[in-house]
Every structure is written in structure tokens, then in C-alpha cells.
Design a binder for this molecule. Structure first.
Ligand code: ADP
Ligand code: ZN
Length: 633
């Protein structure tokens, strides 16, 4: 079901490789069939006829080779199928041993040769059977090698290209996976839900002229369920799912990747609404022109083809191209432009709650012993991805079988978890101690963001690593801000200091974890002083040292247009802004020490706290700011 129709072969070019192989094989067989010494014709005769010749004394010589009998008559006889005369014949001994044969041979004084070659013969026969395949394989490899070298010269769509791409063509499947199979990932599911609606009835959207998404980029660490999510999207909408992986194109012949992409889109257009899934987009979609040599051609051609196909959508095709990557940072910006992969969905490593849900999904079919405590497994596997958890369930079951138990016990889970932690867990498994520090650090940011009146409201705090960051405190801007008032910026500086200050107060020392905080705070403070005139001493003067390039979005050095003393003054002002922020952070944190302790504990326990959890944890203490109640809906 769901296989694309086979292409009609009428317009296919002759398959030169196959033809060459066949010619070669024929020549090969002809060579072996020709046997020296059989210049005179030899005919097969019935055994009974052979016995007749023998009885008459016409046979002069016999060679027995296993069951085969080759013989020579004293004069030509009409033994050919059309009565041709010949002296050489061949026949086969009956399975039932003919007891009288040897005595008869002896009696007629026939020269008898016996070849002990039943094995030897089997050996040659085996060799003869295998040789064509060996030759064929050798030929195949030789041909492929040659082709890879020359294919760029042939241009795409050449005969050889066509021959090659056929077996690589994308296949459609109808996935049975639904959102129910994807545990956790609620945000991602919510975003994908809209696409399901669209795929189910695209006319509704196009009739209204609504802008429909073409490209969706799923971002997340390996094993977070990107493929699963894409399949679930197709499964929920009940549409075909075409898939290719970017990495397949790397070792393939030049031109094949691009033409395969073209074929797949063609096929997909016929079967719309549907999903095209491109796994490992980063392997074809890296920033162009960075590699060396011609190895890049294939990648670039493939990438260009994908872009061309997406740009070529008229807007009526109900096709959504879903791509997955765990390296969104290396993607060519051209891929992310509007009309291409402009919809971004992040899949996070699961927190404890999500891990519990994933555990439940994958242990559903396992016979679990009573002592298995899912909650405990979930809390003991921080940093595990969905795929890791699936793997854990699998390994635990195998372990149970190994010990010939018919139930999977807690011990199986524990043992296998430890083994996976040592070995194959691909993602960052956080050590207990480090986890505590992370919780302290993030709780620091969160507490300050909660109590400071002008800070952006909190959205979520997490100590699950994502990307290169170990933990995050996410705040949502109250509304889209176009100007940044000074009190807001000052509070922001204080929140940035929160992580470092918390480590200092609750752990007695600081770590490198505040690196990015300090960097960002310094940049912000510098902008406040040198661009926005927010320092009393400096006043409203533009003292920027660099300027953001409007297109590249990165800083470019500019000749300095102000004096050394001005520069010093800016540095001093920046320093005082930052140390003020640090002092404010310390004060606020000392005031709320018990709340901090609560929050650290809760965060360590649950790993992710949503806005509601944070309110519940901190909100029962009196606090004066009404800012957060305002936005509570
Ligand atoms: P990715 O494409 O992100 O590398 P996959 O989709 O291939 O990850 O995930 C591998 C497997 O891990 C899936 O087939 C699924 O069984 C399991 N898995 C990952 N995430 C989840 C999840 N959220 N819920 C249930 N199973 C999951
Ligand atoms: Zn921080």
C-alpha cells in the first residue's frame, strides 16, 4: 500500500550496463562450454542404447565420472537427435545401481577410465555457478567507480544517470503513527496540530487565500523524536509520507541527488496533500561555498534543487516539506528565508514528566514486575532523549530474558540505565552535583525576574540542557517592545546577574556557567552608556566603538571618533552599572532566601517549571509587585 506507481518503461533508455554484462556472460559461458578433445561431435543417448552398444561390442572406450558416462564407439553410428552419425556419446548411470554393468564392461574388454571426480566435478560446477556472479559484481563495481568519476561530465538526466537514480527514488508510506505515540513535546504538538488541519482540508485554506506554510524545520538533539513527529503529522492527517535523508546525498554520484529530489517532488505533487520529510537537512544545507574541492558539488546541487522546488510551489500544492536538523546553527540562511523553512519547531530533551510519559509509551508492551517504579526511573534518567528511553526499555527487557525471568524488574532497568549512562547515551547526561549548581543558577535568574517590577514576565525555567546552554530561564516580553525604558533595562541587568549571585550565596563560589550572562550584561550595559545616554556622567553622546552591520548582523570595527578619556569614562560607567546590578541582585536574593531554597529544591526535582509552578512556589509569600498578576491570563 502506498507505493508509487512504477514508471512506464517505454521512454527509458537501454540499460547499457546490463547489456554489457550479458554480453560478457555469454562470452564467458562460450569459453567454458568449449572443451578441448571434443572436436568430434558428442551426443546424448539413452542408457538402454548404451547397454545395447556395449552388448554388441561396439564400445571401445568408456570414461566414468560420477554418474556420467562418456564413451567412444568403434565406428560412427546414427546417434544424433536427427540421426547424425557420430562415434562419441554420453549417457548417465541410473540411480539404481546396475550390478551387471562392470562385469559386462570387463567381458567386452572395453578400455575403462574412471575419474574420481564426483567432488572435483561438484567443485567446478560450484565455481562455474558462482563465477558469473563474481564477474558481474566486479563489473558492477568497476562500472560504478568509472561512472562516479565521469558522471559530472555526462550531465544530469543522461542515460547513465537515469539508470542509477531509479533504485534511489523516494518512496511514500502511510504512517500509522499518531500524536498519541509522541509523549510529551506538547508545544511542538500544538504547533504541528495546525498543519494537520491544513493537510486534512487544504481547500478551506486556499479558498480564503490564507498563507499556508511550505517548509517546517524541526530542530532538536538526536533522538528527541523529530522523525517520529513528522510521521505523526502525516499519520494524523492521513496523508502520504515521502522521506529522504540529507546524508544519503553525500556519497552518491554527482547529479543523482538533485534529480532524485526533483523526482520526489514530482511524485509528491501527484499525491498531494502529502508530507516530504528531509532528515539531516544540515548535511546538504550547510552554508554554501565553505567546503574545499568538488566534493561539495553534489551537496550544493541537491540543496539548490530543494530550494528551487520549494520556490516553484504555486501555493496550490498541499505539500508540506518538513526538515529535521540537530544543527540549525550551520544551516545556510537561504534555507530559512520566508517561503522556505520559515516555520521553526523545537523539540526539547524530555524533562522528568515527559520522560515518565515516554517510559509509559515504550513499556506498554513489556511484562513489568510489581517493583518497577516508573517515577523513579524517570527521575534517574536526566539528559536521556526519547530514543535513549526507548533503548532503555528494550535493553531492560533483553536483560530480563538473559536471566530467564518472565517479568522485567526494577533491577533490569537500573542495571541497563547505568550501562547506558556509561556508554551510549548520546546526549548530555548531567551529573548530580552539576545538576544542583544548575538549579541554583537558574533559580537565581528566575527569582529575580519574578520579584523585579519591570522585568519581562517568566515563562519557563529549565535545567534540561538544550543546544549549548545547560539551563535556561525563559521570559516572554510583556508586549512587543520597540523602545526599551531605562528601568526595564536596569532590571534586566539585575536578572542577568542572578545566576552568578545565586551560586555565590548558595554554593559559596562561582563557576564558568555565568560566562554568557556576563558577556550579555556587559554588552547591554555598554549600549545603555554609549548609545542611549543612560549614564549621568556620560550624558547623551554616541560613543559606540563598533556598529552593527545592517545586513550581516555582526559587528564591524569602526575607527574611534572619541578621545581616550571618553573611552575610559564609558568603561567606568559600564562597570558601575554592572556592579550596581550585582548589588541589587544580592540584596533581593538575601531577602528571599527561603523562597530561593524552595525553588532550588523544586527545580532540581522537576527539572522544568512552567509559569504556574513558579507562581505556586513563590507566590504564596507576600510580595508587592502586582505586575505579574496583571498578565496571569
Ligand atoms: P530524531 O529523528 O529526532 O533523531 P527519532 O524520531 O528517530 O529521533 O526517535 C527515535 C525513536 O525514539 C522514535 O522512533 C521513538 O520510538 C523514540 N522517541 C523519541 N521521542 C519520543 C517521544 N517524545 N515519545 C515517544 N517515543 C519517542
Ligand atoms: Zn545564567
Amino acid at each position: 500500500m502506498g507505493e508509487p506507481q512504477p514508471q512506464d518503461n517505454s521512454n527509458r533508455q537501454p540499460n547499457w550496463a546490463a547489456i554489457a554484462a550479458i554480453v560478457f556472460l555469454l562470452a564467458f559461458y562460450a569459453f567454458f562450454a568449449w572443451q578441448p578433445g571434443s572436436k568430434e561431435p558428442t551426443y546424448d543417448i539413452p542408457y538402454s542404447q548404451f547397454r545395447y552398444f556395449l552388448e554388441r561390442g561396439d564400445v571401445v572406450q568408456l570414461t566414468l565420472t560420477g554418474q556420467r558416462v562418456d564413451g567412444e564407439l568403434n565406428s560412427a553410428s546414427n546417434i544424433g537427435p536427427a540421426g547424425e552419425a557420430a562415434r562419441h556419446f554420453r549417457t548417465w548411470l541410473p540411480e539404481l545401481n546396475d550390478q551387471s554393468l562392470l562385469p559386462d564392461i570387463k567381458r567386452h574388454a572395453v578400455e575403462l577410465k574412471v575419474k574420481p571426480s564426483s567432488q572435483e566435478d561438484g567443485g567446478t560446477r560450484l565455481l562455474l555457478g558462482l563465477l558469473p556472479w563474481i564477474v558481474l559484481l566486479g563489473f558492477y563495481f568497476w562500472f560504478m567507480r568509472r561512472l562516479t568519476r565521469n558522471a559530472s561530465g555526462l550531465g544530469r538526466g543522461g542515460e547513465l544517470g537515469k539508470f542509477l537514480e531509479t533504485p534511489l527514488k523516494g518512496k511514500a508510506e502511510m504512517p500509522k503513527v499518531t500524536f498519541e505515540d509522541v509523549a510529551g513535546q506538547d508545544n511542538a504538538k500544538r504547533e504541528v496540530q495546525e498543519l494537520v488541519e491544513y493537510l486534512k482540508s487544504p481547500e478551506r485554506y486556499t479558498r480564503l487565500g490564507a498563507e499556508v506554510p511550505k517548509g517546517v524545520l524541526l530542530m532538536g538533539a538526536p533522538g528527541t523524536g523529530k522523525t517520529l513527529m513528522a510521521k505523526a503529522l502525516a499519520g494524523e492527517a492521513g496523508v502520504p509520507f515521502f522521506s529522504i535523508s540529507g546524508s544519503e546525498f553525500i556519497e552518491v554520484f554527482v547529479g543523482v541527488g538533485a534529480s532524485r529530489v526533483r523526482k520526489m517532488f514530482e511524485e509528491a505533487k501527484k499525491r498531494a496533500p502529502c508530507i516530504i520529510f528531509i532528515d539531516e537537512l544540515d548535511s546538504v544545507g550547510r552554508v554554501r561555498g565553505t567546503g574545499l574541492g568538488g566534493g561539495n558539488d553534489e551537496r550544493e546541487q541537491t540543496l539548490n534543487q530543494i530550494l528551487a522546488e520549494m520556490d516553484g510551489f504555486s501555493g496550490h500544492e498541499a505539500i508540506i516539506v518538513v526538515a529535521a536538523t540537530n544543527r540549525p546553527d550551520v544551516l545556510d540562511p537561504a534555507l530559512l528565508r520566508p517561503g522556505r523553512f520559515d516555520r521553526h519547531i523545537t523539540l526539547d530533551l524530555p524533562d522528568q514528566k515527559a520522560r515518565l510519559a515516554i517510559l509509559k509509551v515504550h513499556s506498554k508492551k513489556l511484562p513489568l514486575a510489581r517493583d518497577v517504579d516508573m517515577e523513579k526511573i524517570a527521575s534517574g534518567t536526566p539528559g536521556f532523549s526519547g530514543a535513549d528511553i526507548k533503548n532503555l526499555c528494550n535493553e531492560a527487557a533483553i536483560n530480563a530474558v538473559r536471566y530467564q525471568r518472565n517479568e522485567v524488574t526494577m533491577q533490569d532497568f537500573d542495571e541497563m540505565r547505568d550501562r547506558l549512562l556509561l556508554g551510549t547515551v548520546r546526549t548530555m547526561a548531567i551529573q548530580q552535583e552539576e545538576r544542583h549548581r544548575l538549579a541554583v543558577h537558574e533559580a537565581g535568574h528566575t527569582l529575580l525576574a519574578y520579584y523585579l517590577p519591570h522585568a519581562d514576565p517568566l515563562y519557563k525555567v529549565s535545567i534540561i540542557p538544550r543546544g549549548s546552554a545547560l539551563g535556561v530561564t525563559q521570559q516572554l516580553p510583556h508586549e512587543e517592545r520597540h523602545t526599551l525604558p531605562e528601568p526595564y533595562l536596569k532590571d534586566r541587568l539585575v536578572v542577568m546577574m542572578g545566576g552568578r549571585v545565586a551560586e555565590k550565596i548558595f554554593l559559596g563560589d562561582v563557576s564558568s556557567g555565568a560566562d554568557d550572562d556576563i558577556h550579555q550584561a556587559t554588552q547591554l550595559a555598554r549600549a545603555m552608556v554609549a548609545r542611549w545616554g543612560m549614564s549621568e556622567e556620560i550624558g547623551p553622546v554616541d560613543l559606540r566603538e563598533s556598529e552593527e552591520h545592517p545586513f550581516l548582523g555582526r559587528e564591524i570595527a569602526q575607527p574611534r571618533r572619541f578621545s581616550e578619556s571618553s573611552a575610559k569614562a564609558v568603561d567606568n560607567a559600564v562597570r558601575s552599572l554592572l556592579s550596581d546590578a550585582e548589588t541589587a541582585a544580592e540584596q533581593l536574593m538575601f531577602q528571599h532566601k527561603p523562597q530561593m531554597e524552595n525553588m532550588i529544591r523544586l527545580l532540581e526535582d522537576r527539572e522544568t517549571l512552567e509559569k504556574g509552578d513558579i507562581d505556586a512556589c513563590l507566590g504564596n509569600q507576600e510580595h508587592t509587585s502586582s505586575h505579574y498578576n496583571e498578565i496571569a491570563k
